[in-house]
Design a protein around this ligand. Structure first.
Ligand code: SF4
Length: 457
């Protein structure tokens, strides 16, 4: 039995893709999946290219794991995903022990490629001139191959990949070059997948797409003035076992009245939207090729709050984009206060090769020191806004979906509210995992809430 270890860096989309690859190995006779890297016969690293740091981490990890071959000469090493896509063949030159490079449209081929390499090794062709496989070509319909799930016992939440790629070409972003153009899966296929998940005990799904609210805009028509994305939400809402629906990440473009309305009549739609702002300065938004103004972003947030008064909005913000002045930064800060985000991920701008922003002139680059100051200043504001809201929940009853043991303390259980806030409780995993119930919030540390289940008769 060959044991496969998969390490994942990056976003939920990558987590989902790794899950697909794991499941395909489990279905292949002769293979098993292991969480112990030192015991593995196959080491795969699913990579992220959004930041240089993520690439360096993946390369570093691959370097360390390469030592395993001294003990087990047959071990197969592979890079998958975004960095594999953007660097391709170059990785084979740079990493001497690497056998496989499979891009973002090739996850479904990984099992076959690994098997091919292993079989050659076992047939004693190990001394042949180095044998490696690089496949980063585009593949039609590859978006339809991420559809199988490897669920753990009592797993109540799942990610569902509904589309791949992005056509927006924000100037800082490498995704359109690593994930390709937008390609949507048919509604019927996604609904069938979610129905199967519900039958297996999943209660909450998160629909994934790089630009999720624009799902299917090229493939499927609007019906009754509703976008394909809203049609999909409605169809999933019909599935009995599913109690909560989330999606990530939407773009302000295409965030129209039909989606805002959906928060009124689809109660299973979670009261949380992760809604990337990126900058509150119109000038910087233009330079980022984000075709909306700060005012429009605020208006959409106001409309969402009107449609769903308890909605929690979180966001992504980049500070120190080329050309960002103090004034631009202050505009971002003022939008953050105005929208009153529940949470925000703040990033210092860093160049990604082959993106338009990376070509912007040196004299408009923001010094690292200034980026760091803005980063810290914005984090202080964001943390204050987040903790105020969390402290306000102490003494209140909230409904959670219990996801099982807490990641930080396996003696406790962890659940999420509709607003995506994590609540830690004490209790019996067998009894609570996968259940939706009320919790009295007793304490907040600013980020995390603690509470006691409210037991009804
Ligand atoms: S919309 Fe998102 S994924 Fe698409 S280019 Fe912009 S930042 Fe990247």
């Amino acid at each position: 039995m060959f044991k496969v270890f998969i390490k994942t860096y990056g976003c939920q989309m990558n987590e989902r893709d790794s899950e697909q690859v794991s499941q395909m190995f489990l279905e292949k006779p002769g293979y098993a999946v292991t969480a112990d890297e030192s015991d593995a016969d196959v080491i795969l690293i699913n990579t992220c290219s959004v930041r240089d740091q993520a690439e360096q981490k993946a390369l570093g990890k691959m370097g360390i794991l390469g030592r395993l071959r001294q003990r087990k000469p047959h071990v197969v090493y592979g890079f998958l995903g975004c960095m594999a896509q953007s660097r391709g063949e170059e990785l084979i030159q740079d990493v001497p022990h690497l056998d496989l490079v499979a891009g973002t449209q090739k996850y479904h081929k990984v099992v076959g490629y690994v098997d091919q390499i292993l079989q050659r090794r076992l047939q004693r062709q190990m001394d042949e001139v180095r044998y490696s496989i690089v496949d980063v070509a585009e593949e039609e319909d590859s978006q339809n191959t991420i559809r199988d799930h490897k669920l753990k016992e009592n797993q109540s939440t799942a990610f569902v990949s509904i589309m791949q790629g992005c056509n927006m070409k924000c100037t800082f972003c490498i995704v359109p070059y690593t994930r390709g153009g937008e390609r949507a899966r048919p509604i019927a296929d996604i609904v069938a997948e979610v129905r199967t998940l519900a039958d297996r005990g999943v209660r909450e799904v998160t629909l994934l797409g790089q630009i999720v609210n624009l799902y299917g805009r090229h493939e499927f028509p609007r019906v009754d003035d509703k976008s394909p994305f809203v049609q999909l939400l409605e169809a999933i809402h019909e599935i009995d076992g599913i109690k909560r629906i989330r999606f990530t990440s939407p773009h302000p473009i295409g965030y129209k009245a039909d989606l805002i309305e959906a928060f009124r009549y689809l109660p299973k739609l979670a009261s949380h939207v992760h809604f990337p702002l990126q900058s509150g300065s119109d000038r910087i938004l233009r330079a980022m090729h984000r075709p909306y103004k700060a005012e429009k972003f605020i208006e959409i947030c106001d409309q969402m709050k009107e449609a769903r008064p308890d909605i929690a909005i979180s966001t992504d913000i980049i500070v120190g984009f080329p050309g960002e002045t103090d004034e631009d930064y202050l505009e971002t800060k003022s939008v953050v206060e105005r929208v009153d985000f529940h949470n925000a991920f703040v990033f210092r701008y860093s160049k990604r090769r082959n993106t338009p922003a990376a070509e912007m002139p040196d004299d408009i680059q923001v010094p690292e020191r200034v980026k760091e100051e803005r980063n810290q200043d914005l984090l202080t504001l964001v943390n204050r806004l987040a903790s105020e809201k969390n402290y306000a929940l102490v003494g209140q009853t909230v409904e959670i979906l219990c996801e099982g043991a807490s990641k930080t303390n396996s003696e406790r259980l962890s659940g999420r509210t509709m607003q995506n806030k994590i609540v830690i409780i004490e209790g019996d995993q067998q009894r609570f995992a996968g259940e939706i119930f009320d919790v009295l919030v007793t304490e907040s540390t600013g980020y995390t809430l603690y509470g006691d289940p409210v037991l009804h008769d």
